[in-house]
Design a protein around this ligand. Structure first.
Ligand code: GUN
Length: 311
């Protein structure tokens, strides 16, 4: 028997004619979903406080003055206040030594008013981020970045699940219903997003492909995806021909640029204009994934506070 010839036609011409027709891309609104979740969390925080006298507390630690981190940290603190939680901000100078940061983490681990601890990344060079995240009490690791929660996300039962992948999964389920049997391609293998995202999609019974900086021809794999999650921080990485027509595209990237007109704006890893008319569903940047991340951080902090009642 002669083997099938190797397929060399461009993907566009291999598709059934109906999928080559123009597609109306539906923008995935993370803000509305996040607002619903945040409303539920606010009610639960009020109940916890009334019944048990416990107000969930989130400690946010920032080291140095990375401008993006400053915005993220301010935002997280503002949202904790909005749902009736307490926040404890610790801004340390860029010259902070690892031992000093570890001492702060140990103090926060021991503080009963603090239910969640988040050390904003990236940390200055000279500080080993994995040593710091590993030092956070797993019961307070609301980022889900430590080895215990990182392991649990792969094996279950879930501990505290990393916020961005959890937010993406909630949105995907809301958009698509069951994800079973779909081919998901995750671009990026960070501990914060790519790895846990791949694990969560595997638990949904997706077929999961993970691409990263050493993957040859990422586009050739990306264009096979029913669900494409991109988390690389490389603006404009994903062009039109990386997207299977009708696919659901989750753009986790966020980069600040200055436009030729001199205006500052945020863009994702996907060339948004090229994805329109090609993707079936697409998260905008900003307003897609970001609000869901914050809602999931609040949810994890509430969960940590509730579990603290069990001793
Ligand atoms: N830096 C960028 N995003 C995050 C996040 O979700 N958590 C932490 N700790 N650092 C970040």
């Amino acid at each position: 028997m002669t083997p099938d010839p190797i397929e060399t036609r461009p993907i566009e011409t291999r598709l059934p004619v109906e999928t080559r027709l123009p597609i109306e891309t539906r923008l995935i609104d993370g803000r509305a979903h996040a607002a619903r979740l945040t409303g539920e969390i606010r009610d639960e925080v009020a109940r916890l406080s009334e019944r048990h006298g416990v107000i969930p507390g989130l400690a946010v630690v920032q080291v140095g003055s990375n401008p993006a981190s400053e915005v993220y940290v301010r935002n997280k603190i503002a949202h904790t206040g909005d749902v009736g939680m307490r926040s404890f901000a610790h801004v340390l100078p860029g010259s902070t030594r690892q031992s000093e940061l570890l001492a702060l983490v140990a103090a926060l681990n021991a503080d009963p008013a603090v239910h969640g601890i988040l050390v904003q990344l990236p940390l200055p060079t000279g500080i080993d981020a994995s040593a710091v995240t590993a030092a956070i009490d797993p019961a307070k690791d609301v980022d889900g970045l430590g080895p215990m929660n990182g392991g649990r996300v792969t094996r279950g039962p879930h501990g505290l699940v990393p916020c961005t992948p959890r937010g993406c999964l909630l949105r995907l389920r809301a958009e698509l219903g069951t994800l079973k049997g779909l081919h998901a391609v995750v671009v990026g293998k960070s501990n914060l997003v790519g790895r846990p995202m791949a694990q969560l999609l595997l638990q949904e019974e997706c077929t999961v492909t993970v691409c990263h900086a050493a993957t040859p021809d990422v586009g050739a794999l990306a264009c096979l995806a029913d669900i494409l999650v991109v988390a690389t921080g490389h603006k404009g990485l994903v062009r039109r021909d990386w997207i299977k027509p009708g696919a659901t595209v989750i753009d986790v990237g966020i980069t600040r640029i200055t436009t030729p007109e001199g205006r500052s704006r945020l863009v994702g890893d996907v060339v948004h204009e090229e994805a329109l008319g090609r993707a079936g569903r697409l998260t905008p940047v900003p307003g897609g994934v970001g609000p869901m991340t914050i809602a999931c951080l609040l949810r994890n902090t509430l969960t940590a506070a509730e579990r603290s009642l069990d001793g």
